[in-house]
Design a binder for this molecule. Structure first.
Ligand SMILES: Cc1ncc(COP(=O)(O)O)c(C=O)c1O
Length: 444
C-alpha cells in the first residue's frame, strides 16, 4: 500500500495534466447540481487509478470552485499557481508543521510569511503568530490568549466578549466554546464606532471583559469598523482589542483603502486569512499577536514526549493557537510571495476592488437594480426592484444549478438583498455584466 507502483506513477502524471488544465481554465463549467453515486469503500480496494478516476470524473466536477470567476458568494478564494503547486507538494513531503525540530526551514519560511502580514498590519518587530485552518480558529485562539491568566471580579476568568453587531458568527461561537457571554454593540448595518461601543462598556467591569472584537471588513457588507476610535477606547480602559480582518485585511495592500484601517496596528491581536483574499489555497488563516508571549503562555501544550521540541530557543508554530499537529499551511503563501513578488499582490487586490467598483456603478446605472450601500471594500449589496426573498432564492438556485454563477442572497437592515463578493482578480467586467444581465433578463 505504501510502495509507489507503476499505476501510481501513471496517476501522478495524469494528476499533473489535470492540474495544468484546471489552473489554465478556472471557468470550466461546473456541474454543481449533479450528485453521482460515490464508490463504496471495500475490503479489497480498487486501486489508485480507479479511485482517482472517480475523484476526477464524478466527485470534483460537482463542486463550484471558489476560484471560478463568477463565484461571488460568501468569501471565495483564488489561489495562485505557485501557491497551489507548493501546497500539493507539501502533502507529498509529509511535513509536521508544529515544531522547528521536525520542520526546519519550513518554520522559517512560515515565519517570513507571518512577518509580511505583521508588516501589513503595521505591527512592531516582536509581533508574531501562526497559520491555522481558518478565521474561526484564529478568532478562538486570539480570545483564548486574551483571557489567559486573568481573573475577573468574581475571582474567576473574565467572562464577557464585547462584539460589534456585524462581527462574524465565529466570534460568537468562540465565546460560547469558552463559556463566555457576548455583549453586542452598534448595528449590523453600519461600522462600529466608539460612540456605539462606550455605552455597552459602561455597564461592564473592564476586569470581566475578555476582549473587544472589531471587524476590518464585515463579511456581510465589507464595512470596516472605526478602528482608531475603538483602539483609543480599549487603550483607555485597558481592554484587549482583537481585530477580525479575516476577509478585509488584504485591502490594506491598496493604498487608497489603507486609511480605513488606521488603528489596526494598536490591536492586541489580528486575524487575517490568506485563503480568502490573499490567493492561498484552503486552508490558511493567520492569527497574529502584538505580544506573542501571552499567546505562547496560553497555547503551548506541555507533555514529556514534547520536551524534545521545546528547546530554549525553539519557536514552534504549535505554540500560538488552538492546535498541536498542523499542516505547514503558511508555506504555500510564502512560496507565492517569493514567486510573484508583493507588487503583484497589490495589483491583484486593486483589481478586485476595481471590479467591485465597476459592479456598483453598473448597478447604479440600471433601471431595475439599486445599490443598497456604498461599498467600502469589495462586497457589493444590491436589490432588484420589486423582488421578494423567494425571487432572489429562485434566481440564485437557477444560476448555481446551471453553473453560470454562485451568487447568494443575504439580509441587510431586515431586507433580503443580493450580495457579490469580489476576491478573484480574474473576475472581469464581462463576468459582472453576465451576472447582472442574468438578473435583469426578461426570463427572470
Ligand atoms: C470576517 C470573518 N471572520 C471570520 C471568518 C471565518 O473564517 P473561516 O471560514 O476561515 O473559519 C470569516 C469567513 O468568511 C469572515 O469573513
Amino acid at each position: 500500500m505504501h510502495e509507489l507502483v507503476r499505476e501510481d506513477r501513471d496517476v501522478l502524471g495524469d494528476i499533473a495534466d489535470w492540474m495544468r488544465d484546471r489552473l489554465s481554465d478556472r471557468a470550466a463549467d461546473p456541474a454543481p447540481g449533479i450528485r453521482p453515486p460515490v464508490p463504496a469503500v471495500t475490503a479489497e480496494g480498487v486501486g489508485t487509478a480507479a479511485a482517482w478516476a472517480s475523484v476526477r470524473d464524478a466527485i470534483l466536477p460537482t463542486a463550484f470552485p471558489t476560484d471560478h470567476p463568477r463565484y461571488l458568494a460568501f468569501v471565495g478564494g483564488a489561489p495562485t499557481p505557485a501557491a497551489v503547486l507548493v501546497d500539493a507538494a507539501l502533502s507529498a513531503a509529509a511535513v509536521y508543521g508544529g515544531s522547528e525540530l521536525e520542520a526546519g526551514a519550513v518554520v522559517a519560511a512560515e515565519r517570513a510569511a507571518v512577518r509580511w502580514l505583521s508588516d501589513l498590519v503595521g505591527y512592531p518587530e516582536g509581533a508574531h503568530g501562526t497559520f491555522v485552518s481558518g478565521g474561526s480558529i484564529a478568532n478562538l485562539s486570539a480570545l483564548v490568549a486574551a483571557r489567559h491568566g486573568r481573573r475577573g471580579p468574581s475571582g474567576r476568568p473574565p467572562a464577557v466578549v464585547v462584539v460589534g453587531a456585524s462581527a462574524h458568527a465565529s466570534v460568537r461561537s468562540a465565546a460560547a466554546i469558552m463559556g463566555c457571554g457576548v455583549v453586542v454593540a452598534g448595528s449590523a448595518d453600519a461600522p462600529l464606532t466608539a460612540a456605539d461601543l462606550e455605552p455597552a462598556l459602561e455597564a461592564l467591569d473592564p476586569a470581566d471583559v475578555v476582549a473587544v472584537v472589531a471587524s476590518a471588513g464585515a463579511t456581510n457588507t465589507g464595512a470596516v469598523d472605526a478602528l482608531d476610535e475603538i483602539a483609543a477606547t480599549c487603550g483607555r480602559l485597558g481592554l484587549w482589542l482583537h481585530v477580525d480582518a479575516a476577509y478585509g485585511g488584504a485591502a490594506m495592500l491598496a493604498p487608497a483603502r489603507r486609511r480605513l484601517f488606521v488603528g489596526i496596528e494598536l490591536a492586541d491581536s489580528v486575524t487575517i486569512d490568506p485563503h480568502k483574499w490573499l490567493f492561498t489555497p484552503f486552508d490558511c488563516a493567520a492569527v497574529i499577536y502584538r505580544d506573542p508571549a501571552v499567546a505562547r503562555a496560553a497555547h503551548r501544550q506541555s507533555a514529556h514526549y514534547l520536551d524534545a521540541t521545546a528547546t530554549e530557543h525553539a519557536d514552534n508554530p504549535a505554540d500560538y493557537a488552538v492546535h498541536l499537529t498542523r499542516r505547514a499551511r503558511g508555506l504555500p503563501l510564502w512560496a507565492s510571495l517569493v514567486a510573484n513578488g508583493t507588487d503583484a499582490y497589490v495589483d491583484a487586490v486593486e483589481r478586485c476592488l476595481e471590479t467591485a467598483t465597476y459592479a456598483a456603478k453598473r448597478v447604479e446605472a440600471s433601471d431595475e437594480l439599486e445599490l443598497v450601500t456604498e461599498p467600502q471594500l469589495s462586497v457589493v449589496l444590491l436589490r432588484r426592484r420589486g423582488w421578494r426573498a423567494e425571487d432572489y432564492a429562485r434566481w440564485s438556485q437557477r444560476a448555481w444549478r446551471s453553473g453560470t454563477a454562485l451568487v447568494t442572497p443575504t439580509s441587510f437592515a431586515g431586507e433580503t438583498v443580493l450580495r457579490l463578493c469580489f476576491v478573484n482578480p480574474v473576475t472581469s467586467p464581462e463576468d459582472v455584466d453576465l451576472v447582472l444581465g442574468a438578473l435583469t433578463s426578461p426570463a427572470d
